[in-house]
Design a protein around this ligand. Structure first.
Ligand code: SF4
Length: 420
């Protein structure tokens, strides 16, 4: 509308009313002030974010495990274990961790909260985290495979209680049961074919009907070792959901956090460009794609290449190792022998090589053109500094440049065309 002397403009903003109040897109449902207050609230004060939990116990049980999962989680940075244990993440309740390797208490002092939780007299919410696979203790007539604490039988005999039995005792009243690492999520190395222990996953041990007290099936965070951040992030997201503050964590059909395990290793790999151009490493230490040396990245669901191992650093292919499928239920049996090219390479690798043999030279031509300033092409003074770049253009260069520019400008309008 044109501006005129007689415009109603001076009165346009009189008598207006505000639209209905809505927190558009604010899934937390909290104001910025509430977030800040929650972040600085004094320890032990009621949660300013609301939610039923002020603090949550975490019973960390270990089965057939190497403790690698614990080590991985201690290195997490987003969020860090320290943030979870000090209750400094707004809305996330303070975590009271009961972990055999990290606990100050020992003996019965260590066992007491666990016994109370199993009896239902703890008086506070708890989550169970299980590390390591579960040996089939039901089939054992004497002894145990892995145990936590001692109890006395009616005949006075001291009995070590398997961690798998503790899991059965604790799981029904737990707000959530989380399996960490491939041993706990799928069975892993201890459950490999011909093992003597009958090892299995947490989900297999508790059965398909299992639901936590709040209705959750087992949450699975695989990896051998898992990415620590994958675990702490899932814990924080799950707790925000249980608090009624955050959305329900999206889990896939195997109970994995879908936003962490929905993509393949290959899609985030820094070497994927080499695969696309059909250029493969011949030995470890080469910079190209490692598929011919036995990388299963194109089909393995894991975010190690994009997230790194710790603090966005490291992680298999980023540091020269090939993917052996450690996050997958089929690991290790379906990925052996390790360091041998996967059968699928026959088709996809041959396709990449064929396509690459055509695409790579074309890209080199384009690259040579883009490494020259427009002024240099027009016969200017040449590149300053004397690095020795060959700025001469052959007839072939000039013809391909013309054709390339024709394609580049096709369908473009106005100044874009002139700028070329
Ligand atoms: Fe894909 Fe593995 Fe090659 Fe990376 S190294 S591009 S994950 S096949």
């Amino acid at each position: 509308m044109a501006l005129t002397e007689t415009s109603a403009h001076p009165t346009r903003y009189e008598g207006l009313t505000a639209p209905p109040y809505a927190q558009t897109g604010n899934i937390a449902g909290a104001t910025a002030e509430e977030w800040v207050r929650a972040a600085i609230k004094p320890r032990g004060a009621p949660s300013l974010m609301g939610g039923p939990f002020e603090r949550v116990h975490v019973f960390w049980l270990a089965g057939m495990s190497c403790d690698g999962c614990s080590i991985a989680v201690l290195g997490a940075t987003a969020p860090a274990v320290e943030s979870l244990l000090t209750g400094t993440i707004p809305g996330v309740p303070l975590l009271l961790l009961h972990h055999t390797a990290l606990q100050v208490e020992a003996g019965e002092a260590y066992m007491e909260p666990m016994r109370k939780a199993a009896e239902g007299t703890l008086g506070e919410a708890y989550v169970v985290v299980y590390e390591g696979s579960i040996a089939n203790e039901d089939k054992l007539e004497a002894g145990y495979w892995s145990a936590i604490g001692e109890e006395v039988s009616a005949s006075g005999e001291k009995v070590q209680v398997p961690s798998a039995i503790w899991l059965r005792r604790l799981a029904p009243k737990a707000a959530a049961v989380m399996a960490i690492g491939t041993c706990a999520t799928w069975g892993g190395v201890p459950a490999a074919i011909n093992n003597a222990t009958g090892s299995m996953s947490v989900g297999d041990w508790l059965g398909p009907q299992y639901r936590s007290a709040l209705g959750l099936p087992v949450v699975n965070i695989p990896g051998c070792a898992p990415i620590g951040d994958n675990f702490t992030e899932t814990v924080a997201v799950t707790l925000l959901f249980l608090q009624g503050i955050g959305p329900a964590p999206e889990l896939d059909e195997l109970g994995r956090p879908a936003w962490l395990f929905g993509e393949t290793v290959h899609r985030g790999c820094t070497r994927a460009g080499y695969y696309e151009e059909g250029t493969f490493a011949k030995k470890f230490g080469d910079k190209e794609c490692l598929v011919e040396l036995g990388c299963w990245g194109p089909v393995v669901q894991c975010n190690i290449t994009s997230r790194g191992a710790i603090n966005h650093m490291g992680g298999c292919m980023n540091v020269g190792g090939s993917c052996i499928g450690c996050t997958m239920p089929g690991f290790p049996d379906k990925f052996t022998p390790f360091y041998k090219a996967p059968p699928g390479l026959l088709v996809s690798g041959t396709g990449s090589k064929l396509l690459g043999s055509f695409v790579r030279p074309l890209r080199l031509i384009t690259q040579r053109k883009l490494n020259r300033e427009v002024r240099w092409d027009r016969g200017g003074n040449g590149m300053p500094g004397g690095w020795g770049a060959d700025l001469s253009t052959s007839t072939f260069d000039r013809v391909t440049d013309k054709f390339y520019d024709f394609l580049r400008h096709r369908g473009a309008h106005g100044t874009t065309k002139k700028a070329g």
